[in-house]
Design a protein around this ligand. Structure first.
Ligand code: BTN
Length: 248
């Protein structure tokens, strides 16, 4: 028998918001149902990782999803969202997407989507997690100087506009299936790892109190990146608040 739907059972749709993250956090704090999706047509102060912004004009897909995972499930959330995106881009649009560790979805080396996971703890207890997903759908990244060199969109890749509602529904369904699997103990680590174009590359990773350079050798099941440094030492970098650059 099919599992009961969790993600997307409740969908809150807004024309415009500062950021879907705050509205989703408010829902979570008020005891909102697990799987509640906050969707905005545009964001006026969209948030990226590391305090950066997220360019969020109409035509893009901006979502935050309230989840109440267990602590051991937490590292898998980033993987589930990225894998769901890669699968849907392939199935619906025939686009081959790859991942740049830890959270960028790329098409031909340009970023089409980013995933953010924010959490709230009471002491050591995880209260909730919010997955934030931004997908460049029907937009021209060339119009935004801050992303024009590094980003792409579905309409740009396909040369036509796509049905945003269809993309939304397909993504939520895919993610719901994967989250149901996670609750039954089935993660997507191997699939996620298989999509990572980072492995084998020379990279520089910068995070809070971390700066490492080396060859990205492998990833651990909790998402940590295993780097081989020039001095021959192996170091592990958590997938938290880090930026990664190709190192030339
Ligand atoms: C990244 O920096 O790569 C992650 C970007 C995540 C952006 C999404 S858009 C929907 C949600 N609301 C936000 O303000 N940010 C996330």
């Amino acid at each position: 028998m099919a599992e009961e739907r969790i993600i997307g059972k409740k969908l809150l749709h807004y024309s415009s918001l500062p950021s879907t993250m705050e509205v989703a956090a408010g829902e979570a704090r008020r005891g909102g149902e697990e799987g509640t999706v906050v969707w905005a047509d545009e964001q006026l102060s969209g948030r990226g990782r590391k305090g950066r912004g997220w360019v969020s004009p109409r035509g893009g897909l901006f979502l935050s999803i309230v989840l109440r995972p267990t602590l051991p499930q937490l590292p898998s959330l980033l993987m589930l969202a990225s894998v769901a995106l890669v699968r849907v881009l392939g199935r619906l649009f025939g686009l081959t997407a790859r991942l740049k560790w830890p959270n960028d979805v790329l098409i031909k080396g340009k970023k089409v989507s980013g995933v953010l996971v924010e959490t709230s703890f009471r002491g050591e207890v995880l209260e909730y997690a919010i997955i934030g997903i931004g997908l460049n759908v029907n937009m021209d990244p060339e119009r935004y100087p801050e992303i024009s060199a590094t980003a792409t969109s579905l309409s740009r890749e396909l040369g036509r506009e796509v049905d945003l509602g269809q993309a939304l529904e397909a993504f939520l369904e895919e993610l719901d299936g994967l989250y149901g699997g996670l609750r039954l103990g089935r993660g997507v680590f191997e699939e996620w790892k298989g999509y990572l174009e980072t492995l084998g590359q020379r990279v520089k990773v910068i995070g809070v109190g971390v700066e490492e350079e080396g060859v990205a050798q492998d990833v651990a099941p909790d998402g940590r990146l295993l780097l081989l440094r020039k001095d021959g030492q192996r170091v592990e970098v958590p997938a938290g608040e880090v930026s990664m650059f190709l190192w030339s």
